[in-house]
Design a binder for this molecule. Structure first.
Ligand SMILES: *Cc1c(COP(=O)(O)O)cnc(C)c1O
Length: 387
């Protein structure tokens, strides 16, 4: 077998960007209205209808959405918020910025999602909220989590950065908790470059998120320079600068209608990978149960390092050498210096998340991949693992 060798680097998580959004961005630039304006409001309305919820607030990131969510539910210094250790840093950092303490919890080894039984073990008198992350696009066990939260009067915030389109027992992710937070970062399922959204049915939360996202200025301050004439505003909170721009929404309004097309392509690639890697010394992503819709955000292959002659990091290097971009989602938070040093976490605290941290590799899973790209990934993985 000849060494599969691409001449062009396959960028991990490279988004599909089409003519419509390119033209729309140019239109915004030419119109001169590039900041928060009519396109942001169109995107919010489209997203609100897509989710079937009362309020959708466009922001400049999911991190901003998480931070504002924790703020509006009233997290106070010393309050504890449950966060999975198997997640991106933003899920926990948002808690810290809101003044709270992230209390990490291990995941299930197969689903990689936060383990509800282990949530219960970590609840104390100071626990106020639970952040769930629908890992890689697979919805968490929301029946169990909502029951635990209900019993203890804890507020659930959903970090839906991996799942715009996932469903749990017929209900979309982001509709279970008090607030759902979404990301349109370049690698996510639909993109606006940087961008995020917070959704809620709660009028008070929605109003406060809108105000806090734009310097704490009273409602509709974004219109202060519009053709309706200058409007005075009042600062009612020391707010943040978290608003989305029209240039970003210009992409979102064309990406959102393609969400199902993109989802189908990622599902196809996912199934192709599953078939191609069956016989390798690896663990494939856990099968998707019949009562959920997976959003296929990350294809996480777990290397069976005990049966391989190559290490995980060696594998990453070999893939890069073959011009294929790879990722690691994630090294569990409690293994990072900040959380160890600040909260005293140690290796050994969360065995399942550690087991995954040492073995996981994310392969390219973008709707932009051609069949040849997918084949190149497969050839490279097979060659490196069979070697
Ligand atoms: C990407 C990501 C975020 C942050 O999203 P941004 O829009 O980049 O702020 C938060 N949580 C998880 C799980 C993510 O993957």
């Amino acid at each position: 077998m000849t060494k599969p060798k691409r001449d062009r680097f396959l960028v991990f998580g490279s988004p599909s960007i089409e003519e419509d959004e390119i033209n729309e961005v140019v239109h915004s630039l030419k119109s001169g209205w590039i900041g928060t304006g009519p396109k942001v409001h169109r995107f919010e309305e489209m997203f609100r209808q897509y989710k079937g919820i009362k309020h959708a607030m466009a922001l400049n990131s999911c991190t901003a959405a998480l931070h504002l969510s924790l703020n509006v539910i009233g997290i106070r210094p010393g309050d504890e918020v449950i966060v999975p250790t198997m997640t991106f840093a933003a899920s926990a950092n948002a808690v810290i910025h809101a003044g709270g303490i992230p209390v990490l919890v291990d995941c299930n080894k197969d689903t990689m999602n936060i383990d509800p039984v282990k949530i219960e073990e970590k609840i104390t008198a100071k626990t106020r909220a639970i952040i769930v992350v629908h890992f890689a696009g697979r919805p968490c066990d929301m029946d169990e989590i909502m029951e635990i939260a209900g019993k203890r009067s804890l507020i659930v915030i959903e970090d839906c950065a991996h799942t715009i389109e996932a469903e749990y027992k017929g209900k979309q992710t982001g509709l279970f908790g008090a607030i759902g937070c979404f990301s349109f970062y370049v690698t996510k399922n639909i993109i606006t470059g940087e961008g995020g959204m917070a959704i809620t049915d709660n009028d008070q939360y929605a109003d406060k998120i809108k105000v806090l996202a734009l310097h704490g200025m009273s409602k509709d301050a974004w219109k202060r320079f519009s053709d309706e004439g200058y409007k005075h505003y009042q600062v009612v909170y020391p707010g943040f600068k978290y608003n989305m721009m029209d240039i970003q929404a210009a992409m979102g309004i064309h990406q959102l209608p393609r969400i199902d097309t993109y989802w189908k392509r990622r599902q196809e690639i996912w199934n192709t990978y599953n078939m191609a890697f069956q016989d390798l010394p690896v663990f494939l992503p856990a099968p998707v149960p019949g009562d959920v819709k997976h959003s296929y955000h990350l294809y996480t292959l777990l290397l069976d390092i005990d049966r391989l002659s190559i290490s995980r990091d060696g594998f990453l290097e070999e893939m890069t050498k073959r011009n294929i971009g790879v990722g690691v989602h994630y090294i569990a938070l409690h293994l990072h210096p900040y959380y160890r040093e600040t909260y005293g976490y140690r290796e050994g605290d969360f065995p399942n998340a550690e087991w995954i941290s040492h073995r996981t590799v994310s392969l390219p899973l973008s709707p932009k991949l051609t069949d040849q790209d997918v084949q190149d990934v497969i050839d490279a993985v097979r060659l490196i693992t069979i070697h």
